[in-house]
Design a protein around this ligand. Sequence first.
Ligand code: DP6
Length: 327
Amino acid sequence: MNLPEFSATAEAHPNIALIKYWGDRDSKLRLPANGSISMNLGGLVTRTTVTFNDQFKDDRLLLNGEETSGPALERVTFFLDLVRGQAGINTHGQVVSRNNFPTGAGIASSAAAFAALCLAATRSAGLTLTEMELSRLARRGSGSASRSIPGGFVEWQAGTGDLDSYAYSIAAPDHWRLVDCIAVVSTGHKRTGSTEGHASAGSSPFQSTRVDQAPERLNRCRQAIEQRDFSLLADVVEADSTLMHAVMMTSVPPLFYWEPASLRLMKLIPEWRRQGLQACFTLDAGPNVHVICPAGQADSVEEQLSQVEGVMQVLKASVGPAASWVA
Ligand code: DP6
């Protein structure tokens, strides 16, 4: 069946993982080795419009105003194929996507990109899916995108298979007014992307221990969020980030994402905490340092971060809402 032209627009926010997803049990289905917890980053937005039209000869991707081909377009086509399969259509689509945050700032854009694409593509293909179904589908585009579908603080349960590996909100955005102050220390493009990194995680002798102990860290993180206990949160978030980086550094081939300024901040921030500032660090697959703090401390944290050698810029994001359609 072919459709006449139909178009839908959606917005989604990136998220920062407090307990990390690293490594897959099944890379084709993007079933994670362990569950993870994140918060959405409010104010940072990807807006995507998908148009299906039976006159189109191919899928097209316009990213921040530029026609894009190669691996990025292939990944979008793979995702549109999943949507077309579910909707029973074979029409080509045009995807127009724009981020309001700098591409070079090292903010994982695949989470927001595939969450927004998932909402826009399914609606324009005529599908009506629940939040759970949307999260499950977004996961197939990028694992962390499953967590950008629900709002606020979100847990992605590892699940036992495709059907029960999805994310849900564990607390609303206004439950705890935390801020992510992102200390940008490099704007260079990362050499090894997450997809490649997930594939090599199992080659580290530390990955199995990290995965075995993940349920305990997930419990502590969930409890810290429920009780708004910052010191409990700080300890588990920093430990989890450093554990993931230990796996990265001991994988074959090894992945070193830190820059000197990343390590400088990782030593300074616990020191600031001992002096009374509520702040903790976490790093994804890149050198930029996400500094989580209560909203009341964000200005002081920003001020202190901007004085550290090697910090080029500080971006701030509050806890963000769910992905949504734009009328
Ligand atoms: C380090 O979701 O970007 O940011 O599924 O290959 O797109 P793909 O990977 P992705 O991996 C995220 C890795 C991380 C940790 C996290 O966000 O949990």
